[in-house]
Design a protein around this ligand. Sequence first.
Ligand code: AQP
Length: 332
Amino acid sequence: VPRVFSGIQPTGGLTLGNYLGAIKRFVDMQASGIETFYCMVDLHAITTPQKPDDLRRATRELAAGYLAAGLDPAKSSLFNQSQVPEHTQLAWVFNCVARMGWLSRMTQFKDKAGKNREAASVGLFAYPNLMAADILVYHATHVPVGEDQKQHIELTRDIATKFNHDYGVDFFPIPEPVTEGAATRVMSLRDGSKKMSKSDPSAASRINMTDDSDMISQKIRKAKTDPDALPSEASGLNERPEARNLVNIYAGLADMTVDAVLADVGGKEFSVFKPMLAELAVSKLSPIAAEMARLMQDTAEIDKILRQGAQNARTVAGPILEKTYDIIGMVR
Ligand code: AQP
C-alpha cells in the first residue's frame, strides 16, 4: 500500500522554502487520498541547541502552519515525533544497521557541524538514522521533501535494503523521495547560490510564513537580480540563478510550469515582474499567516490535535516495531 510520511523541524519560523518545498506538497498528497503522516520532528530539532520555550512555541507554530495551509487532522495524522516513541526505538535498531562511513558522507552533517566536528552532538551525526526510522516505522513508500533531503532518503533506502538483506526478509519497503514542481529548491533572496533557510543570519534572505504583506513586498522588491529582462524560455535562465529563483517561486505559488510563467512574462523587466510576484505571494501567503495567528490563540486545541494524531500514528507504528523486534530475535 502506498503511504506518505514527511516532517519538518520546529526550529525558528517557517520559510517560503519550507512551504513550497514541503508543506504545499503535503497538502497535494493529502488530496490524493493516500494515507498521510506529517510530523513536527522535535527530536531532530534538539540535534542543535534549542531553548525549551522556543521549541514549544515553534512546535505549535509549525502545527498551526500545517493546519492553516490545509492539512486536515481528519485526513492526515499530524503529531510531534517525541509523542510516538516507536520512532526512537526503531532509530536505535538503525544505529546498529547504518555504518559510520555512510553517515560521514552526509553533506547536511558536514554543513551543520562546520569545521569543529568533535564538538557536534552525536545526535547531529546520527540524525539520518532517526529520519530513516521516522519513515520506515510507518512502512511509508513516498516522502515529499525538498531537494536538500534527497541524500537522506537515499540513506534510508540503504538502511531498509541492508536490514532486509541481513535478516533475509522482505520487510521494509524502499521509499521514494517525491520532489516535484518548480520550487523544490527555493534559494536565498540575497544569494542565488544558497538555499533559503530558517537559520540564515540575513532576515532579508527569506520570506517567513508569518511576514505581513508589507514585509513580503519589501523583501521581493529588494531581492537580488541581474539587470536583464526576463527570457521567454527556461534555457534563458541558465547562469542567472537569482532570476531563475524568482521565476521558480512564481511558478510554485501559481501552480504553473516555468515555461508557462515565461510565456506570460518573458521580455518584462524586473521592475514589472517583481510587483507581480509580490502581489501573488501576498495573495497566497497572507490568508495562511492570518489563519496561523488565529490558531495560535488556542494552543490547547493544537496540543489536542497533536495528541490525537500521535495516538493514531502509534496504532500503525506499534505493530511494525513489534514485528521488527521479532525479526531481530528480541524475546517479547
Ligand atoms: N529552500 C528550500 N527549498 C525547498 N525546500 C526546502 N526545505 C527546506 N528549505 C527549503 C524543505 O523543508 C522541509 C523541512 O526542512 P527541515 O525543517 O527539516 O530542515 P531544513 O531542510 O534544514 O530547513 P531549513 O529551513 O534549511 O532549516 P535550517 O536553517 O534550520 O537548516 C524539508 O523537506 C526540506 O527539504
